[in-house]
Unconditional design. Structure first.
Length: 301
């Protein structure tokens, strides 16, 4: 019963994290408008998060020193994935970037099944097929090949793959508490953004009033990369990676809605249909286990 409650709480946390991250593009683009273009805004956010989490990491330094190297690497890879995802918002439409990143269940299931040896149900495989169909409809809505277009979309696709690798390692090896996990996550993101930032453009010299970008970076690092990521790290090790990826699709709905309201990025009819199919994939993945639990209870088994 305790495991069931923990999994339910973990599921709710992942969904809520997706909702919160549906608004994440707002501070990313705000920092871009304030002068931190390309990957520099993401670097500022991740560095601020690492700074805010450093006291927790210091307090738990013994736990970090004894952690499994694979677990630490997995957390850093997860941070790298989120850094790429963050950069993608600068170069692509919010809903499309979020959907490409939401392909994580596909990669997670493949890694879990063929690398880790974890079983995959038929329902999950069906959910993946529906999700891929939805993605194809969205990317091919303009009559073109259903492939990513532009730097932002390709970055988001790679980010989803890296997130799948990271969550698989976290589930298999990580026993770190949420605070230190979020710190390593932020360090991985900051390192990735620092490496990539010069390739997207030189460090801006005309940032202007430093207080505004610093405030945005600090608030974003604290809320999104600190609080929500720490919660997500707790939930990730209690759920299968494919489930985490699918549940995070709640971000797609919120991101598409907020982008339409605040940035005028409205989806075409076929894109909406494709998005609905992707969301149906999430319903297929989450609903059947609950239904089986209800049927079992009714049958007294």
């Amino acid at each position: 019963m305790a495991d069931r409650q923990a999994q339910l709480l973990a599921t709710l946390i992942v969904v809520f994290t997706g909702v919160i991250w549906g608004f994440y593009w707002v501070p990313v683009r705000a920092l871009t408008e304030l002068g931190l273009t390309g990957a520099w805004g993401t670097l500022a956010i991740a560095a601020a998060a690492a700074l805010l989490l450093s006291p927790v990491a210091y307090q738990k330094r013994q736990q970090l020193s004894q952690a499994n190297p694979v677990a630490l690497a997995s957390l850093a890879v997860g941070g790298a994935a989120f850094a790429l995802y963050s950069i993608g918002f600068v170069y692509g439409r919010v809903a499309i970037i979020a959907l490409l990143y939401s392909l994580t269940p596909v990669w997670s299931t493949l890694i879990g099944r063929y690398v880790m040896g974890w079983p995959s149900s038929r329902i999950r495989l069906a959910a993946i097929m529906v999700g891929l169909a939805g993605l194809a409809v969205m990317l091919g809505a303009g009559g073109e090949l259903p492939l990513p277009r532009g730097a932002g979309e390709w970055i988001a696709l790679v980010a989803g793959m890296l997130w799948s690798i990271g969550t698989t390692g976290m589930r298999a090896k990580s026993v770190l508490s949420p605070g230190p996990s979020a710190f390593i996550f932020a360090i991985g993101a900051a390192a990735t953004a620092l490496i990539l930032a010069p390739f997207f453009g030189p460090l801006p010299s005309d940032i202007g009033n430093f207080a505004k970008p610093f405030g945005w970076a600090l608030a974003t690092g604290g809320l999104w990369w600190g609080l929500s990521i720490a919660s997500l790290m707790w939930a990730t090790v209690r759920l299968e990676p494919a489930r985490v990826g699918i549940l995070l699709m709640s971000e797609v709905v919120v991101g598409a809605a907020t982008a339409a309201l605040f940035a005028g990025e409205r989806l075409a009819s076929l894109e909406l249909v494709g998005g609905a199919l992707v969301l149906c994939a999430g319903v297929l993945e989450v609903w059947p286990p609950r239904r089986r639990g209800v049927d079992t209870a009714r049958n007294g088994t």
